[in-house]
Design a protein around this ligand. Sequence first.
Ligand SMILES: *Cc1c(COP(=O)(O)O)cnc(C)c1O
Length: 393
Amino acid sequence: MDFPFHHDVIDQLKADGLFRSLRRVEPDPLGRSGRLIIDGRPAILLASNDYLGLAGHPRVKEAAVAAIQRYGFGGGAARLISGNALPHAALEERIARFKRAEAALVFSTGYMANLGLLSCIIPSDGLLITDRLCHASLMDGCRASGRRFRVFDHADPNHLDRLLAKRPANQPALVVTDGVFSMDGDIAPLPALVEIARRRGAAVFVDDAHATGVIGKEGRGTVEHFGLEPGSVIQMGTLGKALGCFGAYVAGSRVLIDYLINKAKTFIYTTALPPAVTAAALAAFDVIEKEPEILERLRHNRNHYAEGIKSLGFDTLQSETPIIPIMIGDSRSALAFSERLLEAGIFAPAIRPPTVPKGTARIRTTIMATHSRDDLDYVIETLGKVGRSMGIV
Ligand SMILES: *Cc1c(COP(=O)(O)O)cnc(C)c1O
């Protein structure tokens, strides 16, 4: 059963080069985390958020197995009913410590954390203001909240300042930004946003999905990267990216966390994460703290690769992180570029509207600590060949 317009929408997407379909992935036969088998063919993986390779780290896997043995698999109930196992509480304490916040709360996914938090964090007469390039979960959270919702130009503190100045006196306001922007790989100008918000009587919420474990000297995220006071922002992040696990968290004051436990519907009305998932995440934080050389390797790989492709003449926007876009522009060309890479054994998908603004289709590459230098050099060489043959560089 479907509706006639579903057929029309799909036909239009195909005509516009915007149709998406799922690819089947299998792990690399040798267990290398920077590689995979995609639709049956082996490839170097440039499309994972598992930046540190922790999804396959022995300590993370062992923690998950041990927790399954002890707790079984499913969470059994919502956290507020009977689903609040020991690993959940231990993980929240650990996240609060890692983020240097008073307290933390784990959600099932980042999408749900953002939806739940944004829907209840300010009073109904309040204002939410987001960066134009914020992640879809933040935009959806703002819309779902029913609160007034404004957008400031990407990474433009002056525009934010003007919007905050225009609001009615004493209107509660929350400034919302990604810490690291997921499609451009640039870092939000957080100190300027925090300063303006402070001056204008607003609060700041930073989504560190791609920053936690990745930026800041010890991988603690944007607050550490800029040396900000942790109490000056509300922090959110996911456990499914650099932590190599699944789930998400909000870190902030004890009062904020108690408020969310009572009011965030996406926390209240959903099954607790399996204890094995939170136990694995706890082990992943251990690895980040005890094996800083993994983050060092990520940075070396990232810089080596970024220098290589920039010297070929590719436009990588303002990327400063392991997310490195290669700007193409037109959706069909981006798709063709990505197909050429796959033929050469490199998986780097074309990112097209509506995920990115119209006319800015790109190849999005993400670098991992577990990529070998040989694989990265092969990727750089191949990007050069394909880019030249398509007239992009
Ligand atoms: C991935 C991502 C999310 C969603 O997190 P999930 O745990 O995957 O649902 C939220 N915000 C940003 C910026 C992201 O990149």
